[in-house]
Design a protein around this ligand. Structure first.
Ligand SMILES: *Cc1c(COP(=O)(O)O)cnc(C)c1O
Length: 375
């Protein structure tokens, strides 16, 4: 049996050890340290944000961004439904109420029509949301040219969940920089990794200062440990940041390789009439984090058939994210569909293909052959 092919495994650049060694040599093993500061600067510089705070996870980043926006018990937060639970769990940590917004077919990201419908409905009730979390799915920017004016019209701030989209752009501007705050994830499966970690970026340096304070147990500046607020142990370690520094140097290469993988799949499948590859909206450049295909309604082949076929050959693949409005834990939450339920449809018809940047051409050829053999 071949060696297992994973969906999107870590891909080290070779530079990581140099930074880790530096941390060891200077005994900066303890949390924080110079690599954390440097990695924050590098991510801010790459994205064009004024500042950044490195955290233990993307989920922690969403949490503190919500907290900064004053989200509390009984508040509503609008949120993309087609995403990973890390996007919306923090809403519930603060005892606020998620309201899920469907995707649009053009980009699979938040539907401007559904967002507008949700705002109209909440405005009528006299209760606007405290924040809107917009996700950039599978490495492609949401349509900010349409979404931001709606949020601005109602005066509600945006948190951009760019966990999957580091390096992707919208009209030339980096994702993560469109909302009041943007968040990134460096989990092991993301385009670059710190083994586990996240970051908040923003142009609001006061906001970042407050987030950093909460993330280090809300320690007041005093010789002893003084606390006036509840804090969190959410900071990234110096060792994790060392890995991140080695990784970010390879980010542009990773994006280029992800695009090659996407193009290879697209060409190879162009004559299978029963499938469509994920759309690429003309307004930006994705980072092509994962390549996803959608099976036609009429196709006899279902995502399960393909995933099982891959599994028999030791190849990992996955369905599209199961939308949050279909999750048992969120079944009480309100949901605003596009017109038809786009995110549910994508979940039922989609398969995420192995898209690791270290994958060889031979491996991808095997994947393509197994995929084709299903039809
Ligand atoms: C991975 C991911 C997160 C969570 O990031 P972690 O670092 O795993 O906490 C949040 N949102 C989206 C869209 C993600 O893909």
């Amino acid at each position: 049996m071949m060696q297992r092919i994973y969906l999107s495994p870590p891909h080290m650049s070779g530079e990581e050890m140099k930074y880790i060694q530096e941390a060891f040599d200077t005994n900066w093993i303890a949390p924080l340290g110079p690599h954390v500061d440097a990695f924050e600067k590098e991510v801010a510089c790459y994205t064009g944000a004024k500042g950044a705070v490195a955290l233990s996870a993307g989920t922690a980043a969403v949490h503190l961004a919500l907290k900064y926006l004053g989200v509390q018990q009984g508040d509503y937060v609008f949120c993309s439904s087609l995403t990973f639970s890390g996007t919306c769990n923090p809403i519930v940590y603060e005892k606020a109420i998620p309201v899920f917004i469907d995707a649009e077919p053009e980009s699979w990201n938040m539907s401007p029509a559904a967002l507008e419908a949700a705002f109209v409905s909440f405005k009528k009730r006299g209760k606007l949301p405290k924040a809107v979390i917009i996700v950039n799915l599978y490495g492609q920017s949401a349509d900010y040219g349409k979404l931001l004016p709606i949020c601005e019209h109602y005066g509600v701030p945006v948190i951009e969940d760019a966990a999957e989209s580091l390096g992707a752009t919208y009209k030339g501007k980096q994702t993560g920089t469109f909302g009041k705050m943007g968040i990134f994830s460096f989990n092991g499966n993301k385009i670059i990794t710190t083994s586990g970690g996240g970051m908040v970026v923003s142009d609001d340096l006061d906001a970042l200062k407050k987030i950093k304070f909460w993330a280090t147990q809300a320690r007041e500046p005093a010789r002893h440990y003084e606390h006036k607020e509840i804090g969190y142990n959410y900071r990234m370690s110096n060792i994790a940041a060392a890995i991140g520094r080695g990784q970010i140097r390879a980010l542009d290469d990773r994006i280029q390789r992800k695009k090659e993988i996407f193009d290879t799949y697209r060409k190879a499948f162009s004559n299978i009439s029963e499938i469509k590859i994920m759309p690429v909206a003309e307004y930006g450049t994705p980072n092509y984090w994962l390549t996803v295909v959608i099976l036609d309604q009429q196709s006899k082949v279902k995502p399960d058939n393909i995933i099982t076929k891959f599994e028999e050959n030791n190849i990992e693949s996955r369905p599209v994210w199961k939308p949050m409005h279909l999750q048992p834990v969120f079944q009480e939450c309100e949901y605003y569909p596009h017109t038809e339920d786009v995110s549910a449809d994508l979940f039922h018809k989609g398969v995420c293909l192995p898209s690791g940047t270290a994958m060889s051409g031979e491996d991808q050829a095997v994947i393509i052959e197994k995929f084709k053999s299903c039809f």
